[in-house]
Design a protein around this ligand. Structure first.
Ligand code: IPD
Ligand code: CA
Ligand code: CA
Length: 295
């Protein structure tokens, strides 16, 4: 059934529409998840995207096509920004486009492509749905474990239907697991390493699972205390940003400024003193991210 932006049924409330959107996103993510698990470690056509460590496979493309098709079937007037089909111009114009548009689906068909190619069972499907410049619905699905993280703005965050929350805000860095990602471009990765060197000695431990959306979802579920990485893209963070905030966490850039949907550097955490402490260590290490890192 196709819906309009006003909702399927006459008089449907904005909440009803968000529930319909979440339902379609969940089903599409689970369908894509089946393709991912079936082909894990067996992808045939692996191409590089500019940098040798930035890969795309036929499964990334098939998952994105499938999700787009499901969106178009149900919400033909919604826009879609998918990692594998959007152009760099579309990314450049994102802030303006979002401000002007109604609903936009921001899709990462496989977050964790390097794990997928290597056969490591750590990749998720990430679908964030924004109205103007705000994500209103977020779905992150881990097809290997069946973990389904969801959030609708104002209604809390959930893992397989159970409400989740971040670690208590009084958590100290020494008692928290920090997670990080390593961007593909070498100078950005080197800068990231400076930040990791500054934070790691103070943390309980450090994890790098190779999927930003899963790291953030685990921050939301209180399994990790924080996550930071330079140079992320909107599809890496859109869904999980909302999930973290709805779970009571804090999301900023790595200088402590508000995040923007076009992403870049990000720090997602349980908030409180831990967030401030990580910001200050990153500042000392000059690992806060600059405009040039966004490219
Ligand atoms: C990547 C993953 C990885 C992060 C990279 C992202 P992809 O996304 O989230 O954890 O370190 O910066 O590009 O390419 O697997 O969709
Ligand atoms: Ca990604
Ligand atoms: Ca991807």
């Amino acid at each position: 059934m196709a819906y309009t932006t006003e909702g399927a049924k006459a008089g449907a409330s904005p909440e009803d529409l968000k529930m319909e959107i979440e339902g379609v996103a969940k089903k599409a993510a689970m369908e894509a998840g089946r393709l991912i698990v079936a082909a894990s470690g067996k992808a045939q056509n692996v191409e590089t995207k500019g940098v040798r460590s930035d890969l795309v496979t036929e499964v990334d493309k098939a998952c994105e096509d499938l999700i787009k098709q499901r969106v178009q079937e149900s919400f033909p007037d919604h826009s879609i920004l998918g990692e594998e089909t959007s152009t760099s111009e579309e990314l450049e114009r994102l802030d303006a486009t979002l401000a002007d548009s109604d609903w936009t689906w921001i899709v990462d068909p496989i977050d964790g492509t390097l794990n997928f190619v290597g056969g490591l069972p750590l990749s998720v499907v990430s679908i964030g749905v924004a109205k103007a410049n705000r994500v209103e619905v977020g779905v992150v699905f881990n097809p290997y474990s069946g973990e389904l993280f969801t959030a609708r703005r104002g209604e809390g965050a959930f893992l397989n239907g159970e409400r989740i929350s971040v670690l208590p805000p009084e958590t100290e860095l020494e008692d928290g697991a920090v997670s990080v990602g390593f961007p593909s471009k070498r100078p950005v990765r080197e800068r990231m390493l400076r930040g990791v060197s500054a934070v790691a000695p103070h943390a309980r431990t450090v994890r790098a699972l190779g999927t930003a959306a899963l790291h953030m979802s685990y921050v939301a579920a209180g399994k990790l205390a924080c996550f930071f990485e330079l140079n992320l893209k909107p599809w890496d963070v859109a869904a999980a940003w909302l999930i973290v905030e709805e779970a009571g966490g804090r999301v900023t850039d790595m200088a402590g400024k508000p995040m923007r949907l076009r992403a870049g550097p990000i720090l997602a955490s349980c908030g409180g003193q831990l967030h401030e402490r990580v910001l200050s260590l990153l500042r000392e290490a000059e690992c806060t991210g600059e405009e040039s890192d966004l490219r």
